[in-house]
Design a binder for this molecule. Sequence first.
Ligand code: CA
Length: 416
Amino acid sequence: MKSWIEIKADSDFSLHNIPFGIGVIPGSGPRICTRIGDKVVDLSIMANNAYFDRSVFKDSDFVASELNNFISKGKQATGKVRSAIIECFLEKNYNESEAGFISDFMLYDASDIQMLLPVRIGDYTDFYSSIEHATNVGIMFRDPANALLPNWRHIPVGYHGRASSILVSGSSIYRPKGQVKPADASSPVFKPTGQLDFELETAFVIGKENRLGESIPISEAEDYIFGMVLFNDLSARDIQSWEYVPLGPFLSKNFASVISPWVVTMEALELFRCAGPVQQPEVLPYLKSDGDRNFDLNLDVLIKPGKGNEASVCQSNFKYMYWNMSQQLAHHTVNGCNMRVGDLCGSGTISGHAEGSYGSMLELTWKGTRPIVLPDGSDRKFLNDNDTVIMRGFGDKGGVRVGFGEATVTILPPKQ
Ligand code: CA
């Protein structure tokens, strides 16, 4: 699909993508927007000019500081908005006066638009669904011979995280402080974390609600998923290893997580659908999914030191996931837990087989024992102050590229 807007071949925002986000339009404020190439499109102006079905959306629905209401209209409705945008920007539909009007009133350079958190996240859950990641962590912290705990191949293991500290890409955070117990000490000390880490994840946004007490059948799970974002689940490993027994992570995870600003719809990702790994032993019937439920999405992590250039430290892929999103959602609701529009579910750290595909510094440096050397000559066991972590992700098939853009976060020295 060729557009009359210039889209570079390596752009994540092809005409096939049409993600949704919240951009602050200069002089107007937050609006529902999409992105095509290097341009942000103000959808509230498209609505005002009758590009969308007014029996479903009021023009004012696009004047919003979150996507929740928009998403709650349902995939059929939001899918029609996506289709209308594609039609409008297709090269074959080019009309000089219309294009002039659109360029003057609806298009902005992406670099001029501040992006906000796309959804109001009510609840956030994080899974632990990469077998390579869970195995690596098991080898490092427990028993190499029995790295996976007995439940792991039967349950998409997860925990409830905290939504209040989920930030949009471009944010900065202070290095968190907490209780740490040095290996050679008998009591803990209070200090800034010395083992600040990223976790390379994606997350899916809930687009449809189930009632409390009703489970989402696995065959219908994808109907409840609106789209996906990149997700950096920042973690303080030294705080985590002291606090996590017996209830799991707490302050080591809830100080900040970061998502990319554009929610890429499942319709746009359809092209990248692929088979997942064979699951052995067989899962219980409520977790049995048919067809291809994984997605072939390249994922990269780069570190940019305060004074230096960005350097790649990890290349992974979402297709490695052992448990797929349908299984995660079916499991999450099997007890009747209700999901709400805007809820966010993290995949868990996405590691591959190869060492360069591990999705955290913990694994990449093997608990700090094998530091990574960056091109500027400095080495890293974990993240340093003034480092910026950059995550990128995209699918590329048959010449069609659909991506997320970036999820970036900068680490500031501890707050005094
Ligand atoms: Ca995580």
